[in-house]
Design a protein around this ligand. Sequence first.
Ligand code: NIG
Ligand code: FE
Length: 404
Amino acid sequence: MKRVFRNIGELSTATGSAAIGGRSQGKLLILHNAWLLEEDGVIAAIGEGNAPEADESVDCFGMLVTPGLVDCHTHLVFGGWREHELAMKLQGKTYLEILAAGGGILSTVRETRKANEDALYEKTRKLFLEMLAHGTTAVEIKSGYGLDLETERKQLRVVKRLKDEFHDVAATFLGAHAFPEGMDHEAYVELLCNEMIPAIAEERLADFVDAFCDDGVFSAEQSERILNTGKRFGLVPKLHADEIREIGGTETAARVGAISCDHLSETGKEGIRALKDGGVIAVMLPATSFYLKKPYGNFRGMIDAGVPVAVATDMNPGSTPNLSLPFAMTAGCLYGLITPAEMLTAATLNGAAAIGMADRLGTLEAGKQADFVVWDAENLDQLIYRYGTNRAAAVFKRGVRVSG
Ligand code: NIG
Ligand code: FE
């Protein structure tokens, strides 16, 4: 069955199937008075002017249409919430001080270990539907609130159920998110490499392996061992780096051939060069910088150096309990000093590339999946400018209206 979406005021999309680096990141295809023809969940054609004949015709009322957003970095499966940390934050306690006091990630670990798997699934599914309603049609989800095999498996089984139901959900094993309370650090790295990674990979519960490489958590050397082990077991490496301080994470990511290196709010010129030389996608997380009141990172320097930049929410109960990618996009434009055009590529095509889905997602081109959003906005600038309320009027996944 063919359906044509007509009367699109502005259709904005990146083009091409791989991550676009450098200044070309800002070059979008922009059509006015446009249409999009969809057949069996796939884009058949796009164009301007008179819409072609089809079995069904859908009026888009002059609104903006973009590809579905791709949130390539989230921690969506977790027990409890952490609103009680707000008071500590307001007293000036830092993220690491809260963690050292037994709060932070470790308090979510306690809650996640206790959580019933079905309840965890229902909670995650609800958050996922909220993300869909905000325009996100593909998502990456990390484990990392178990820090033991049983709970990490439980989190990843929840991700698998979501993947079976909604497609285009990537699973990342982040057992190296923190050290379990009372356990020797080296012993935990050994456990990760000798038992946890082999088991998770054998059960096919993850696509990617990740580690939190930073001050007070995993060293560059430990992270490298963990990512290389994951790689040996068929998992694609990603890395959390330079969120608090540069300790060699970007170089590690480049050396192991990571698909992406994420956070990067403290990354300097040498780190940017390492990402560029290693062909690593930089995943920036501006909503985290906002909530932690921390630097946003050198988005501009990365794009100018030719590093493909993606933007994600980092949705998690501690450092950023926000699931709106449009909010992160506005924050990233303002504080990362990049244009709405560069940002759209970051939140669609480059996000898809960061989770290995750019062959089918991230742009509106013939042959790609018909994942797109009709926004209550006249153009892309207006979407970025009118932040703070949800502007997604209708969300389509594989041609099916899933929200709005
Ligand atoms: O990406 N940086 C490490 N991990 C998460 C925070 C997780 C938490 O605080 O629960 C992040 O920001
Ligand atoms: Fe994260």
